[in-house]
Design a protein around this ligand. Structure first.
Ligand SMILES: Cc1ncc(COP(=O)(O)O)c(C=O)c1O
Length: 413
């Protein structure tokens, strides 16, 4: 670009030089608000109710399996698409829990967390011009997943209090360009568990428009009040058009291990495996070995997990209601979306979240980070409750300083 051209754009040479070096794709999404909140929590010594990582120990049996794998010198690259023992265990568990039989040799790709599994899946199926339907509020990675893979997102609202969707609106979002819909059940951030009827409605649209369902089922075992987790792949007609994403992070309380997987029909798996190979080569070999042990844990492990989280959910609902939040009771996952309108706060969710972290000492996630149009989340913030009792108690103590009914906007500010 000539000096004259630079002058005509009004941008400084430094800014222009920087812009030339950066990807336009990354400019369109902001840094993760959730991780930003975690940073602020550390800075203000606040209780972190923002990021969904457990602060209690993982199971001894699973940790011992990892230690043993390292002692056994399972220290080199595993097979790119996943250690055979783990893929076999994933296939057995999927059949045991959902009745879906898959071929571990051709239909499973182990990745660095379900985050990579989702990205590799999207990159493996998307072509220029393709559209992807995404429910919102949504887990914040799905927007960037769509952008990085080159898909155009089509957002469809889940509406409180029950986070149901309008069937007409969903039908309108599908069309000849639709390559896939992302379904996250149990859902982050709402706690919604999609019903069989809802999944069947989505199934019919996928069949009609020849689209994939990419399902994020990472909270499959964290489920309350008799709700049932149904895998889309288990529905008649969906086995061969579903990519099921899952991982160890939440079920075994090991978010830092980075072991996840994609279960997909053979042609899609071939494509996903190629992307995965060039992105990361493979997930940590000894931790995959521990995964093979974890996935064989007896049903009592999963019952206890759900029971423990049920107690935490109810405790947290009590804490938040007492502090003046209107809570949307989750049927699954470990988050509570709240409505902050009661606080008459003279600002939006972002300023409220900043106030909470700086003045009250609690980090939360502002609702806007779950929506394409931030204004839709302006009266919501999300709390996580995957925390030990002492953390929940500290949260209760800090939130006691909030006085919603009596506090005017200026008092709060
Ligand atoms: C819906 C959802 N999917 C995926 C992830 C990330 O999973 P992983 O640790 O396996 O990458 C999270 C983490 O919070 C999540 O909430």
């Amino acid at each position: 670009m000539s000096a004259g051209e630079m002058a005509s754009t009004g941008a400084s040479p430094v800014a222009l030089a920087a812009r030339r070096l950066l990807s336009a794709k990354t400019e369109s999404f902001t840094e993760s608000v959730i991780r930003e909140m975690t940073r602020l929590a550390l800075q203000h010594d606040a209780v972190n109710m923002a990021q969904g990582f457990p602060d209690f120990p993982a199971s001894e049996e699973v940790k011992e399996a990892a230690r043993q794998a390292i002692s056994d010198d399972i220290n080199q690259y595993a097979i790119t698409w996943g250690a055979k023992e783990l893929r076999d265990a994933i296939a057995r568990k999927f059949e045991r829990t959902q009745g879906v039989r898959v071929d571990p040799e051709r239909e499973i790709t182990v990745c660095c967390g379900s985050t990579e599994a989702m990205m590799a899946s999207m990159m493996g199926i998307i072509n220029p011009g393709d559209e992807v339907v995404i429910f919102e509020p949504h887990y914040e990675n799905y927007g960037p997943d769509a952008i990085l893979s080159g898909a155009t997102p089509r957002f469809v609202q889940l509406r409180p209090p029950d986070w149901s969707f309008d069937r007409e609106e969903l039908s309108r979002a599908f069309g000849p360009r639709t390559k896939a819909i992302i379904v996250n059940t149990p859902n982050n951030p709402t706690g919604k568990v999609f019903s069989r009827q809802e999944l069947e409605f989505i199934r019919d649209l996928c069949v009609r428009w020849n689209a994939f369902a990419v399902t994020d089922e990472i909270y499959e075992h964290i489920i309350y009040d008799g709700a049932q987790h149904i895998s889309m792949a288990a529905l008649e007609g969906m086995r061969d058009r579903t990519i099921t994403i899952n991982g160890m992070s939440k079920t075994y309380s090991v978010t830092g291990w980075r072991v996840g997987w994609a279960i997909a029909p053979p042609e899609a798996s071939t494509s996903i495996r190629k992307v995965h190979d060039f992105l990361t080569v493979g997930a940590a070999a000894p931790l995959q070995q521990a995964g093979a042990i974890a996935l064989e844990l007896p049903p009592s492990y999963y019952q206890k997990l759900a029971q423990n989280y049920l107690a935490k959910r109810d405790r947290m609902l009590g804490i938040l209601s007492a502090a003046g939040f209107r809570c949307f009771k989750p049927a699954g996952a470990y988050y509570i979306m709240t409505d902050i309108s009661n606080f008459n706060f003279a600002g939006d969710d972002l300023s409220f979240a900043r106030y909470l972290v700086e003045k009250i000492g609690i980090a939360v996630v502002p609702g806007s980070s779950f929506y394409d149009d931030p204004s839709q989340g302006a009266s919501q913030v999300r709390f996580t409750f995957c925390k030990k009792e002492s953390t929940l108690a500290a949260c209760a103590e800090k939130l006691a300083k909030l006085r919603p009914a009596s506090a005017s906007a200026s008092q709060l500010l």
